[in-house]
Design a protein around this ligand. Structure first.
Ligand SMILES: *[C@@H]1O[C@H](CO)[C@@H](O)[C@H](O)[C@H]1NC(C)=O
Ligand SMILES: *[C@@H]1O[C@H](CO)[C@@H](O)[C@H](O)[C@H]1NC(C)=O
Ligand SMILES: *[C@@H]1O[C@H](CO)[C@@H](O)[C@H](O)[C@H]1NC(C)=O
Ligand SMILES: *[C@@H]1O[C@H](CO)[C@@H](O)[C@H](O)[C@H]1NC(C)=O
Length: 390
């Protein structure tokens, strides 16, 4: 296993993402999920918000202890390949653990609880939680059908640059993430507050729905100027911004309307830029919020009157071209356009998200949500060869 990371870039860039076999005609009839791109169903767990934060992850973590440990070991191996002295891990174990106490409630308590149950060092669980904020590339969309029903779906593509396995022709980290993928039903008083597809051990949220109210996904926004400065500042002691996926979690847990969710996602100061993709339960309620750390740069809304019946976000600002190596936006839009608003449905969206390169080697799961009925489905994905690495 060689860590190739950036060394691999020139080699990979010679494969053109927009040519067959890496791209294909819009898929049809892929739903219900079956065949080689479907890797299995995702188990459900209930997280009881009435129990103490320190305890609420116990069941899940006891069940997934081995898988969480394996992923953390894989990350450590990668890190040690880069910093062979073992210094990085030493740093994590020594210096990240005390930072848990600086996280807002309930995240601090939850992370400590997860460390206790899993037996993993606190610093490593903390690292694991920070790690997701950094390597996620995705496709998210909200679409409205002709009856005003809203659909929200995403592919979660994770682990870019984290160890290409030449023999297996796959990224290492997604292989470890699939067994950690779970659907969570967060309850108070035995009633669902929100649902989420998540990775066991992670207390932030990337994908979720408050049934009947709103749906929310987060995509990473790469930004050369200022990208991770907030995170570095936070480690060094300047802690006035929110971790992005903690904000998403807070909104899912405590915002009670589309408008309130939108307001919080637009106006809360964060540690790094992000895209929030938000859908409501009423016609026209769907938007992509483009955020810098401190400001909202753009809110792109559904505009049915002018024919915009969907909004779609990958990892690029909509007013800029995607990186030529990584254009998942055009193929996804092409397939949505071919589908038409009349025929849009969760199965049709699953087709779009199953079309290469929207589906690629990093794709870990696909989640489909329909807010008015409370439908929430998620599937593990795979992209067998020939398939673009991202
Ligand atoms: C939730 O349900 C369980 C089992 O059905 C019951 O024991 C418990 O009292 C309920 N809790 C609340 C807060 O209603
Ligand atoms: C969501 O929309 C559906 C369909 O329009 C409606 O029946 C339902 O009452 C709405 N839910 C809420 C909480 O507004
Ligand atoms: C949601 O609000 C409750 C009550 O104010 C608070 O205890 C809880 O920590 C909040 N959840 C998050 C994730 O911020
Ligand atoms: C999809 O349709 C929209 C609206 O007609 C158009 O602006 C856009 O260029 C189309 N995109 C692709 C990739 O076909």
């Amino acid at each position: 296993m060689a860590p190739l990371l950036l060394l691999l870039l020139p080699a990979l860039s010679s494969v053109a993402q927009d040519l067959p076999p890496y791209s294909e005609e819009c898929r049809k009839g892929t739903y219900p999920p079956h065949g080689p791109t479907f890797k299995g169903k995702i188990p459900w767990y209930t997280i009881n918000l009435d129990s103490a934060p320190h305890k609420r992850w116990n069941q899940l973590i006891s069940d997934k202890k081995v898988e969480v440990t394996n992923l953390i070991q894989a990350i450590k191996n990668l890190a040690n390949d880069f910093f062979p002295s073992g210094k990085l891990i030493e740093l994590v174990d020594k210096h990240l653990a005390p930072l848990v106490d600086t996280l807002p409630f309930p995240f601090n308590e939850e992370i400590k609880g997860i460390a206790d149950v899993s037996g993993l060092p606190l610093g490593e669980v903390m690292f694991f939680n920070v790690f997701y904020e950094i390597f996620t590339v995705c496709t998210s969309l909200v679409a409205e059908d002709t009856t005003g029903k809203l659909y929200h779906a995403r592919n979660l593509d994770f682990g870019l640059f984290l160890g290409w396995d030449i023999k297996k022709h796959s990224w290492e980290i997604p292989e470890y993430l699939r067994p950690l993928t779970v659907n969570l039903d967060f309850q108070r008083n035995n009633k669902t507050i929100f649902k989420s597809t998540n990775f066991a051990g992670y207390v932030g949220m990337l994908t979720g729905m408050r049934p009947g109210i709103f749906t929310l996904t987060m995509n990473e926004r790469f930004n050369i100027d200022g990208g991770y400065i907030g995170i570095i500042e936070w480690i060094l002691g300047k802690r006035d911004g929110f971790w992005m996926s903690f904000l998403t979690r807070s909104v899912l847990e405590n915002a009670t309307s589309y408008a309130q969710a939108k307001d919080q996602l637009t106006n809360t100061k964060m540690l790094a830029p992000a895209y929030f993709i938000l859908g409501g339960n009423r016609s026209g309620e769907g938007c992509v919020i483009t955020r810098s750390r401190k400001a909202c740069l753009d809110v792109w809304e559904l505009d049915l009157k002018h024919g915009s019946w969907y909004v779609l976000e990958t990892n690029y600002d909509r007013w800029k071209d995607p990186l030529f190596l990584d254009n998942r936006r055009t193929p996804a839009m092409k397939c949505l356009n071919e589908t038409t608003q009349k025929k849009i449905s969760l199965p049709a969206i699953y087709d779009v998200l199953s079309t290469k390169p929207v589906l690629n080697k990093l794709t870990t799961y696909t989640t489909l949500m329909e807010v008015s009925s409370g439908t929430f489905e998620a599937y593990l994905r795979d992209c067998p060869d020939p398939c673009i690495p991202w």
